[in-house]
Design a protein around this ligand. Structure first.
Ligand code: EPU
Length: 435
């Protein structure tokens, strides 16, 4: 079955929905984590590196995946969907992704590397900033230039072309996840060998390298500071399943601790959530690791923490907001410093509306623990801020209403069902029907 519109994946557009979260809930039971959003997005983009069939299993039904799938389809790739598997066949694809789709998701810039490698050309809208910061793409472009591409900027578009990419040494000033992935994809089909120095170490980068290697790529060193990519003439089809989502896992871990609950999270790679585990233990929670599961419980007070976000294996920026919600009820004052993004405290005023005492200045927030939060109307401004509000709402007394909940659906598969399966009382209602 070839699908034409994104909604066929979900059976409906979840936007314009408010989440109603009732009263304090102690979460208990088991929950299974889906495939990683941030691994699968570049993997789907990398399906453009070959004209053969690529099958991806266990594709999560989340908004960001739906948008990038639609973007790849719109470029001309054949797409077949069977349950949670997607088969791509990019026999012939264009070089100019649809602006309306590109502007919806920053990760769409990840098609630039594969298209440049395969066709020697791309015209794509500049991704622009988003709620969490300006998020430039200078390092992606630096990498493409080093591989021999000519880059121009015109009318809000990036126009890149090359008569054949050539391997080179590329030093990244910052270990950017997206730049490492884009350069790795472009270099996979370049002539000669590329070395990415000061590369991102994130597990999602390693997963992308593993996926490209199943297509016949020759990438080594992913997960270390220097990645070596020996370009090959062509890549072939593949059948792959992305790694489990460490941020989804971490979010449920924090939700368990925040609600004084006791839950087992299945389909986790414990190594990938080490920083979250360490901080939860420091805060007084108990964490037991199995081979592919983790149990988290807490019954004592929440101890305050000092926490600073860093590139992997440091504490993930994608878990910062959820920890802030948790620490808002700690027994004392915590300090959180955000060092990866310049504007990732959008959840602060919303948590404050629930009664949290947070003072944020520049990249540091001081969270003075309060006895309890109170349910009220709040607004999700981005994906992880939304997850933080859900955690705050589960801890709060009374009902919370979270508007703009479509942000949460960008990255968490079936989050309402999963939390309700752990004892929460959450339901959705269309925003329009209330007014
Ligand atoms: N940066 C530059 N120049 C560049 C690229 C990045 O200055 O060319 C800066 C960014 O502005 C930012 C920092 O470097 O301040 C980190 O950006 P990075 O490129 O590492 O992040 P990304 O690839 O844009 C991915 C995830 C994010 C996650 C970050 C950091 C995907 C699709 N997104 O973004 O995920 O926060 O890495 O780990 O993989 C999320 O899931 O909520 C999310 C935002």
């Amino acid at each position: 079955m070839i699908f034409k519109t994104a909604c066929l994946l979900t059976g409906g557009d979840p936007s314009k929905l408010e989440l109603f979260v009732n009263n304090r809930t102690r979460l208990t039971g088991e929950v299974t984590v889906s495939s990683s959003k941030n691994a699968i997005l570049p993997i789907l983009a990398a399906s453009l590196l070959t004209d053969e069939e690529v099958q991806i299993d266990r594709v999560p039904s989340i908004k960001d995946v739906i948008i990038i799938t639609e973007l790849i389809h719109n470029l001309g790739s054949g797409i077949e969907k069977k349950e949670n598997k997607i088969i791509f066949r990019a026999a012939q694809v264009g070089t100019s992704p649809d602006y309306e789709l590109v502007r919806q998701i920053r990760a769409s810039f990840l098609v630039a590397g594969p298209l440049l490698a395969r066709h020697g050309a791309i015209k794509i809208a500049l991704p622009g900033g988003c709620a969490i910061g300006t998020r430039p793409i200078d390092l992606h472009l630096k990498g493409f230039r080093a591989l021999g591409a000519g880059i121009g900027l015109s009318g809000g578009n990036v126009i890149a072309s090359s008569s054949g990419l050539k391997g080179n040494h590329i030093y990244l000033d910052f270990p950017s996840v997206g730049a490492t992935e884009n350069i790795m994809m472009a270099a996979a089909l370049a002539k000669g060998t590329t070395y990415i120095e000061n590369a991102a170490l994130e597990p999602e980068v390693v997963d992308l390298a593993n996926f490209i290697n199943t297509m016949g790529g020759r990438i080594s060193g992913a997960g270390r500071n220097v990645i070596r990519i020996e370009g090959v003439k062509r890549l072939h089809g593949s059948h792959y399943t992305a790694i489990a989502d460490r941020i989804e896992a971490g979010t449920y871990m924090v939700a368990a601790a925040a609600t004084g609950g006791d839950i087992t999270i299945k389909n986790v790679i414990p190594e990938h959530v080490k920083a979250v585990t360490a901080k939860l233990i420091e805060s007084g929670a108990q964490v037991a690791e199995g081979r592919d599961k983790i149990r988290v419980k807490r019954d004592g007070a929440i101890k305050p923490l000092y926490l600073k976000t860093l590139p992997y294996p440091g504490f993930p920026t994608d878990m910062q907001a959820q920890f802030m919600a948790y620490l808002s009820c700690a027994d004392g004052s915590s300090v959180i410093t955000e060092s990866v993004f310049e504007n990732r405290f959008m959840h602060v005023p919303e948590l404050s509306r629930m009664g949290a005492k947070i003072k944020a200045e520049s990249r540091t927030a001081i969270i003075k623990g309060v006895k309890e939060l109170s349910g009220t109307r709040v607004k999700a401004t981005d994906l992880r801020a939304g997850a933080a509000l859900l955690i705050g709402a589960l801890m709060a007394k009374g009902t919370s209403i979270i508007s703009n909940s479509e942000h949460i659906d960008r990255g968490y598969e079936n989050i309402v069902d999963k939390l309700n399966g752990l004892g929460a009382d959450i339901y959705r209602q269309e925003e329009e029907s209330r007014h």
